[in-house]
Write a protein that binds this ligand. Structure first.
Ligand SMILES: [Zn+2]
Length: 185
């Protein structure tokens, strides 16, 4: 990419948005009523609103490495609570992706001290180490998403405020750009 001047990019964004809808930002200022709560990996290649061409205001997004649902993660719990209780989102999306560095790190016994706490969470969602070589990386990233779907359905905040809200699992294919629905099938 040639132009990494964020100010210039932003000016172009404002111009294009107003061209399509002159009142867009006036509407946006009134508040948010997003349809979706999205949990996505932090990977720079998988931005949820970019890959689905969603305009601002449609997705309330939480991102972490390998899209993990952890009950002891206060930041995630607060996002989930706010999305369900106050924004009243209609769908919860767990979106993992192929070639996920977090899943790879969990499989490859990464030893960087700063990452160990998080990697141990990712490892819990994967098959026992003795049999992981029976699966492809795509299978394992798929399993990671399915495990997080289960985890969110068991999360106390989901149980209390979100029982009526659908949870949908997707695997984003970095190599093709396809967003594949993997739960429910
Ligand atoms: Zn990832």
């Amino acid at each position: 990419m040639k132009d990494l001047d964020l100010r210039k990019k932003n000016e172009a964004f404002i111009h294009k948005t107003k061209e399509q809808d002159p009142l867009f930002f006036e509407q946006l200022k009134k508040g948010q009523t997003p349809e979706f709560f999205v949990l996505s990996c932090s990977d720079s290649r998988v931005s949820p609103s970019v890959i689905t061409q969603m305009p601002l205001g449609q997705m309330f997004v939480h991102r972490n490495i390998a899209n993990q649902v952890a009950n002891d993660d206060e930041s995630f719990s607060a996002s989930l609570y706010y999305a369900l209780k106050h924004l009243k989102v209609k769908q919860i999306i767990i979106k993992g992706h192929t070639d996920c560095g977090g899943v790879k790190a969990a499989l490859l016994d990464n030893e960087e001290e700063e990452l160990q706490g998080w990697i141990s969470k990712i490892r819990k969602g994967l098959p026992d180490k003795r049999i992981t070589n029976k699966f492809s990386m795509d299978d394992l990233t798929n399993m990671n998403v399915l495990r997080q779907v289960e985890n969110i359905q068991q999360h106390p905040i989901y149980k209390k405020y979100g029982q009526h809200v659908k949870v949908i699992g997707y695997l984003f294919h970095v190599e093709t750009g396809e967003l594949e629905r993997i739960y429910p099938l």
